[in-house]
Design a protein around this ligand. Structure first.
Ligand SMILES: [Zn+2]
Length: 92
């Protein structure tokens, strides 16, 4: 991994704070199954791209998007595409 990539790509722990706010619990140890290839990783071990709009967590095996987090000034939206991950609590 190049130095440039090191700046752009983090692991799922980069999203720990945002996810904890949404779910009210630490989500980094929750297992997520890739909807595309079936790879299972703890959320904290997923590949995080923080320069996309919001934070995108991708599968470590095939780079399919597993979770997308978009923070707006009013609220945080979570788009869960992987399996096994609890749906985010509905917020109003
Ligand atoms: Zn995958």
């Amino acid at each position: 991994m190049s130095e440039l990539m090191d700046e752009l790509v983090l692991d799922g722990n980069a999203a720990a704070g945002a996810l904890a706010e949404i779910y009210g619990d630490d989500m980094t140890t929750v297992l997520a199954e890739c909807a595309s290839c079936g790879q299972v990783d703890p959320i904290g071990g997923l590949v995080a791209f923080v320069h996309a709009p919001g934070i995108v967590l991708r599968c470590t095996a095939c780079a399919t998007v597993v979770i997308r987090i978009v923070q707006t000034p009013k609220r945080t939206l979570v788009d869960v595409q992987g399996k096994r991950i609890p749906a985010p609590p509905t917020t109003t």
